[in-house]
Design a protein around this ligand. Structure first.
Ligand code: SF4
Ligand code: MG
Length: 321
């Protein structure tokens, strides 16, 4: 398997200013030293509760926020050391689809103008061929060519997300980061959009980083799953292992909260108590120890390393060997 993008020791601390001089008094440790690879052609999902750092990780890769430290290797380059200008070029290969396409589609532009703009920014298609290319893009996402003349508000949520997908596809990217891309849609529409993403992935050899809090969606789309808790990666494995043999107590708790596809199958119940602690001052040792029903002494003082527990399976927990 070929690595497409490699994140190493990524930290994203957001300063909190305070006092009369507006000095930095503290930091939100949104992402705190995480490393992982994304393989060419796969869908890697990041799951976890809100505030775990999954969106922050996606934004860091795109450099929508400047990370505090770490490296992000993509095609022999460290994205974090590129100039703004160089990064703009690379952005052709790295596209994003957000939860609410409405917020990212200009309401005063027609679909043609929206897609034309995407094509013009990266100059991927000569001007005279753009109209044809736009028709083709609309076809790829299952919209009729007449859609071109219409405005975003004239479409349903699912259709708007298709426009967002067409815009991401326009520049022939290698990696698409989907941040809660189907979370705002009805369940039946979700399945259609997920199936569309899968078929586009095969057709155009795309790689997806799929950020979602919804394990049903993640089960549908992923090849591998990475679970985050309070800015840390706690488990990463292929989808089957995560869903059938989850190792980390937090993953097990997340899974025990969703309905089982096969009700005959017994499922453990781990009910999490308490809220996610503050990422400003996260718990010592294992960050999950304040909520973990299996915590032992060492968990309070020593942070568990992410280590290999089985083939293609990594877990950060003192009680998993
Ligand atoms: Fe629970 Fe300890 Fe494992 Fe953390 S390291 S998940 S506290 S058992
Ligand atoms: Mg988010």
């Amino acid at each position: 398997k070929k690595v497409l993008l490699s994140v190493n020791q990524l930290k994203q601390y957001f300063p909190i200013k305070g006092g009369i001089f507006g000095r930095t008094v503290n930091h939100v440790k949104a992402v705190d030293d995480i490393s992982f690879d994304i393989y060419q052609g796969e869908t890697l999902s990041i799951v976890g509760e809100s505030g775990c750092g999954k969106s922050t990780t996606g934004r860091a890769i795109l450099r929508l926020d400047e990370p505090t430290s770490g490296t992000i290797q993509f095609q022999e380059k460290d994205l974090l050391s590129l100039s703004k200008k160089e990064m703009r070029k690379v952005r052709k290969d790295l596209q994003v689809i957000f939860q609410d396409p409405f917020a990212s589609l200009n309401p005063r532009q027609t679909v043609e103008q929206i897609l034309n703009e995407a094509l013009a920014i990266q100059n991927v298609v000569p001007k005279e061929n753009r109209k044809h290319r736009i028709e083709e893009l609309l076809g790829h996402v299952g919209l009729r060519p007449e859609s071109m003349e219409r405005y975003p508000h004239e479409f349903s949520g699912g259709q708007r997300q298709r426009i967002g997908i067409a815009r991401a596809l326009a520049v022939e990217p290698k990696l698409i980061i989907c941040d809660e891309a189907v979370s705002a849609l009805d369940v039946s529409i979700q399945a259609q959009v997920l199936n569309l993403l899968k078929s586009l992935q095969r057709q155009f050899n795309l790689t997806f980083l799929f950020i979602s809090h919804d394990l049903g969606v993640v089960r549908h789309i992923s090849d591998r799953v990475m679970v985050m808790y309070l800015g840390k990666v706690v488990e990463i494995a292929d989808k089957k292992s995560i869903f059938e043999q989850p190792q980390h107590p937090y993953t097990r708790a997340l899974l025990s909260a969703i309905p089982v596809p096969n009700p005959v199958q017994k499922r453990e119940r781990i009910i999490l108590t308490g809220d996610v602690p503050s990422p400003i001052d996260p718990p010592s040792g294992c960050r999950f120890h304040t909520r973990c029903p299996f915590a032992i002494d060492i968990c309070k003082s020593q942070a568990p390393e992410l280590k290999i527990s089985a083939q293609n399976h990594q877990v950060a927990c003192h009680i998993v060997s």
